[in-house]
Design a protein around this ligand. Structure first.
Ligand SMILES: C[S@@+](CC[C@H](N)C(=O)[O-])C[C@H]1O[C@@H](n2cnc3c(N)ncnc32)[C@H](O)[C@@H]1O
Length: 79
């Protein structure tokens, strides 16, 4: 069950309680400040235990500061 919608990651509001967010090879275009803000928004949008999936070459420095925990290669979990 998937709903497709347009969503500007930098401008639009975020829904809540996602089980998983897949965001591969998108934040590579953003500034470091924008990336940090985005990761915090992703964290807030996940349900507890929810996962963020990034691309293979992407990682989150200081991942705990955005509220997430590493959960395997390119996966991060909201505690
Ligand atoms: C390199 S492509 C990656 C596409 C796909 N995620 C993949 O891994 O094959 C980058 C994508 O980021 C999207 N993008 C860039 N800025 C965005 C923004 N502010 N909000 C949402 N998507 C954005 C572009 O539309 C493009 O589809």
């Amino acid at each position: 069950m998937i709903t497709w919608r347009r969503h500007d990651l930098l401008r639009d509001t975020y829904e809540r309680s996602f089980d998983i967010i897949c965001c591969r090879n998108v934040v590579i275009y953003f500034t470091e400040a924008a990336k940090t803000e985005l990761y915090k928004r992703f964290c807030d949008s996940l349900r507890p235990g929810g996962l963020l999936f990034l691309g293979a070459t992407e990682s989150i420095p200081n991942v705990r500061s955005v509220g997430l925990l590493p959960s395997g290669l390119t996966f991060y979990r909201r505690p």
